[in-house]
Design a protein around this ligand. Structure first.
Ligand SMILES: [Zn+2]
Length: 82
């Protein structure tokens, strides 16, 4: 079987959540962030304490490590495999 989706722009995939609430591991501040739809964010600076957040080992971006929802590419991946 081949995938009928060759492009992610107007595919039939369910809409992904683009807002993730990042929780700073250093100070516990939660800040809602809008995620880029087709990219992972490797670095994030906490607006409350200035801590530099980086993904935990095994995670692809800070949203996967500290966000309330994982990054859009991962959401799509989960939709595709479920
Ligand atoms: Zn912080």
């Amino acid at each position: 079987m081949t995938q009928s989706v060759c492009c992610t722009h107007d595919g039939p995939a369910a809409p992904v959540e683009l807002t993730s609430v990042l929780t700073c591991p250093a100070c516990g501040a939660a800040s809602p962030q809008t995620m880029p739809e087709d990219a992972c964010l490797w670095f994030f600076t906490c607006p409350a304490c200035g801590a530099d957040l980086r993904p935990l080992p095994g995670d692809c971006c800070v949203f996967c490590s500290y966000g309330s929802v994982p990054c859009p590419p991962l959401q799509r991946q989960r939709q595709a495999t479920s």
